[in-house]
Each structure stands twice: as structure tokens, then as C-alpha cells.
Design a protein around this ligand. Sequence first.
Ligand code: COI
Length: 364
Amino acid sequence: MEFTENLSTNRASDQERARVLANPGFGDFFTDHTAVIDWTANADGNGGSWHDARIEPYGPIALDPAASVLHYGQEIFEGLKAYQHADGSVWTFRPHANAARLNRSAKRLALPQLDEEAFVESLRRLVQADRAWVPTGEGEALYLRPFMIATEAFLGVRSAREVSYRVIASPAGNYFGGELKPVSIWVSKNYARAGRGGTGSAKCGGNYAASLVAQMEAEANGCKQVLFLDEFNDNAVEELGGMNVFFVMKDGSLVTPALTGTILEGVTRSSIIQLAKDRGMPVTERKITLDEWREGIASGDIAEVFACGTAAVITPIGLLKNGDELIGDEQATAGEVTMSIREELLGIQLGTVEDRHGWLEKLA
Ligand code: COI
């Protein structure tokens, strides 16, 4: 797909950019450009085509107030990162996995399929335009946020005939702020994130909207993230508000909830499974319940617990708060296995550890 380029005449100054890059935080600052591709359905309503691929200055989107995304939430998104290597080149991690997931989400949300190469090219063109924004501090990267929205102005409830795909970029440090340390997690009892046949395995804004009231409850209880359970399945552990969960067992194996259709198929999750198998660690994707978490911590059968995602990378979980019940230890130090997998993953992403699975793709 050919992109046209309309570069910004109002870029951040070197000083402004340096100020942001000195302390990027997460999700607060955005680069100078955005990538856009529009889609229009065919007149007969059968299929459609992508057109007007472009790089343009970052700025507000003009949307008709009747645009269906604003009413019915027909929206999906992705998250991946661009890393600067020691030689100054910029790479991203498994972008085809994100492209494929975007298309699975698109299918569930009745949005059009986007060619995987067009997806990767949109990242490449945006990062090339905004290369100066890739942060180089420890644990930092340029977070890329592709998303697709229904832009058609129409209030009937049907899939939109006009859609826009966009990518924005945001320099990012630790998702939880400050230094990496074990986080506390709140068990949501009153709210579910997803149900059978719902959109749990799709990366759509609605899942995150549904998590917010529980996330607020978590924060009110001094926790960084909320844990969702399947209360109709023995309180099986599902996932956190925006991350998957792993357990490092005393016997050296790794356990993570199986993908049942209500859990997001994380790219970081699948990469961790591969890295653990490469080490000869047995990995089991299965049902793991809140009871097993509680009993495993008490008996020592569960040695470490961590959260993972593109934004969170791998973040140790210290304490689980289930109402007044405390499982684990808020003051815990990060587990050895957790940190060693984290270092290997970051090493591959940053080009300091061999990329033996061919996961990296050069962007600039
Ligand atoms: C990510 O890890 O990229 C996510 O999408 C999780 C969250 C920041 C929404």
C-alpha cells in the first residue's frame, strides 16, 4: 500500500521533545504524526476497500457526532512497541502477530480486515517520520497504538460502511510508573470483564470500558490492577484489566489460564510460553482457580506470580487482595524466574539477546 506524506510544520522543538523523553511515563505524550488508512464499503454493501493511506500531522480527528463509534462502540485496537538498538536502528516485536490479532478482533466487531503488510507498513512509516521520539532509557520504548473506528454517520445498528484505521505513538516508560516493583492486585467480585460468546478475546475498547469501574475499586483499595474471575467456573482466573497472568510453580513449571474465548490472546503471553519452553520449563495452559492461588501461596507450591502485556512487559505481582483477605506479600521482592524471563524478553526486543525466533522486524 502506498502512503502519501504530509509532514507536520508544527513539530515539537528539540527542547520540548527532550523534556518529554526525560520522563515519558505512560500514555501522556504523543509524537508529531499519525498514520491513517480509510475504508469505504462497496455500494452493494459487499466488501469494501482501503484507500488514502497517509502520514499526517498528529491532531484531533474530525468526526460527525453521529459517527457510529461514538454510539455503539465499534472499535478495536492494538499495542506494540518500537525499540532503538545500540546501532541506532529501530525495531518492533512480532508485528504480524498483532496484525493477525487486529484482524481477529475486526472479525468479532464486524470491522473490515486489514492486510498484514499494510499494518506493518503503517508502523514503519509512522516510526520513520517520528524516529526522534523513540526513547532510549532503561525499560523505555515508543508505544505504538493502532486502532480502527467506525466513522460512518448513521444511527441504525449495523456495521459501519465507513471506517478509519489509525496509528498513534507515545514514548513510554514503566506502565505502573517509577521503578519496577511488585504490584498489588484487587479481586473483582462484583464485575466481570467478559462472558462466553462475548468479546473477551477481542481487543476492543468496550472490554476496557467494562473494566474501569472494577479498576476504580482496585485503586480505592490501594491496588494497581484488577483481577477478573469466571464466577460460573469455580472462580477460574481470567486476566487483569489489561494484562495476562502467569504462575511460576515450585516444581519449575509455568502455568497460565487457558484461552477459553474470554481471555485476550496476548502476544507477550505467547512469547513467554515460547521462551519458557526453550528453557525446558514445562508450560501448562489450564484452568487455575482463586482457591488454587490461595492454597498455592500458602503451601509454597506457587513460587512467583506475574502479570504480562506489551505495556506492562512482565511485572511481578506481590499481593492479591480478595476483600479483606490478603494472599501473598505487598513487600515481596521480584521473583528470580519472573525477572530472568523479563530480562531475556527485553534483551531480544532491544537486540542484546539473540532473536532466535525471528520476532524482530526493522522499522527504521
Ligand atoms: C497493552 O499492553 O498494549 C495493552 O493494550 C494494555 C493496556 C495498556 C490497555
